[in-house]
Design a protein around this ligand. Structure first.
Ligand code: BG6
Length: 501
């Protein structure tokens, strides 16, 4: 990767968890690896009262817990942190933005650099609109072609609560910035293994010809976590897994597995293909929601060998009668030439037995078996498993002759693992995403149309649930594989969830 342009990064919500756990460690790593020029500044903006030194100390402390390069050398950190300042301000007061404007102008002059500004919204969504308005009214934001620098806005998920609120928020942002200035973050797109889905499909001659309904029986996409809701009760209980994971990460994974090859690998072409794909996902009727969507909520249980877990309703800050989903499994169809008739089973849940994110592509069974004892039924299907995390890699299950005098077939794996093939660790998702934002490359971010179509698809489910009887929660034990209804969803089609052992 090449060195970055001089710029000022303004982080709204800088005193919060995301800034401390993800954003600052990523910025530090990019700086440590020499990507930053000498002239850059990072300004934290939040309500909490602190001075520069106190703020830098909170960053240093959290970096020693979360940064992949910990422990952090104090002297080295000082060199980095002299670029960091903190402003304690109010999100809905124009004066705060005017002071910020003066501050950024002074800093740009001090560093002798163009007015290249990145506004990173790492606040709770409830203040997104205030910030956008403040940036707009103070003249900090500019959607005009600027000669003296660029301005970009970065916005975290959740992007809206439903189609209408997402659309409204989007219009607000578009009144201050143009689409090419907006970076909507889905951190899954920054993961190396997620980008590798496209490399696997489009940089190899052998897979693409069989990547369709002639050869593929079905596809499973799973993001399973053993952690519970943790300290995010307030946010999560309003969102549920459906908004927290399905609307964004899972539909993005689905897009990458299923899109047509873009003409060129760039932001526009990729977004065009994703939009085309998402538009081909069959909308769910209320009957589909009843029959093809399973929701769950975790009960008490045991994680691993001996971690006793509370039920969701017993977690701090969760109402005792909450009907928020902590697990969702669903079956979708994509109505286009490539995928007609191929079911996609997608599931995500918290407090599940194993922590793993993977995509499993099941190929069709053979039409005929040559091998005596191995009937067509007991010859295993070819399966490609793309493991996004942990043990990042790709495996292909094939049939091989087992040793001995008989012609008997056993399944074996051909595999590639990141750790062994590419020594060293890949950059973390946030490092890659921040690098691209500074570079002005939107390929790994999602565009307005993609975001709105995703909300429409998820809206069908949320609205369907409103007209169905309230669920009987909790309905799966912590440390299990999820509700038994999720097994039934796939078992009734004569299939089973991948790698449940
Ligand atoms: C976040 C969700 O977007 O992704 C969390 O809000 C979830 O609930 C997390 O735990 C999972 O991300 P990762 O990178 O750990 O798979």
């Amino acid at each position: 990767m090449k060195g970055l342009n001089p710029c000022g990064i303004i982080i709204f919500g800088a005193s919060g968890d995301l800034a401390h756990i993800k954003i600052f460690p990523a910025l530090y790593n990019l700086w440590d690896e020499g990507f930053f020029p000498d002239n850059f500044f990072i300004t934290g903006f939040a309500r909490t009262k602190m001075d520069d030194e106190q703020f830098r100390k909170t960053i240093y402390d959290s970096m020693n817990i979360y940064c992949r390069k910990r422990p952090i050398d104090v002297k080295h950190f000082k060199d980095f942190s002299k670029h960091i300042n903190y402003l304690s301000m109010s999100y809905n007061d124009i004066k705060s933005y005017e002071s910020l404007k003066t501050f950024t102008e002074t800093k740009s002059k001090e560093y002798g650099m163009p007015k290249n500004l990145i506004f990173y919204l790492s606040t709770p969504p409830s203040v997104y609109q205030d910030v956008v308005e403040g940036l707009n009214n103070s003249g900090l934001a500019s959607n005009k072609e600027q000669k003296d620098g660029f301005s970009r806005i970065v916005i975290e998920k959740p992007f809206g609560y439903d189609y209408e609120s997402a659309n409204e928020l989007n219009s607000d942002i578009l009144s201050a910035f143009q689409e090419r200035q907006i970076y909507r973050i889905d951190h899954y797109l920054g993961k190396e293994t997620v980008q590798n889905i496209l490399a696997f499909r489009f940089a190899n001659a052998i897979f693409e010809p069989v990547w369709n309904n002639k050869y593929i029986d079905h596809i499973q996409i799973s993001a399973l976590e053993s952690i519970g809701v943790g300290s995010r009760a307030g946010y999560f209980d309003n969102a549920g897994i459906i908004r927290d994971m399905m609307q964004n990460h899972m539909l993005q994974l689905l897009s990458l597995v299923a899109i047509e090859p873009p003409a060129i690998f760039d932001a526009d072409d990729l977004s065009n293909e994703k939009a085309k794909l998402l538009k081909s996902v069959r909308r769910l009727t209320i009957n589909d929601v009843r029959n093809n969507v399973v929701r769950g909520q975790y009960d008490r249980g045991t994680i691993g060998d001996n971690e006793e877990a509370l039920s969701y309703r017993e977690e701090k800050g969760i109402p005792v009668d909450s009907i928020t989903d902590t697990y969702v499994a669903l079956k979708l169809y994509i109505d286009n030439y490539r995928w007609a008739g191929v079911p996609f089973y997608i599931r995500s849940g918290k407090r599940i037995k194993e922590h793993k994110t993977e995509i499993a592509i099941y190929f069709k069974k053979l039409p005929h078996s040559l091998f005596g004892k191995n009937s067509v039924e007991n010859l295993e299907q070819n399966i490609i498993t793309i493991t996004i995390q942990p043990n990042e890699g790709i495996e292909l299950k094939i049939g091989a002759k087992s040793p001995g005098f008989k012609m008997e077939i056993e399944p074996v794996e051909l595999s590639f693992f990141y750790k062994s093939s590419f020594k060293g660790t890949p950059p973390e998702a946030y490092e890659r995403l921040l690098y691209d934002i500074m570079e002005g490359d939107q390929t790994l971010f999602y565009r307005t149309d993609n975001m709105l179509i995703s909300w429409k698809l998820i809206g069908d489910i949320i609205n369907g649930w409103k007209s169905l009887p309230a669920p009987m929660f909790p309905n799966y034990e912590s440390g299990s594989w999820g509700p038994k209804e999720a097994d039934e969803l796939i078992n009734k089609d004569g299939r089973a969830w991948h790698n449940e052992i």
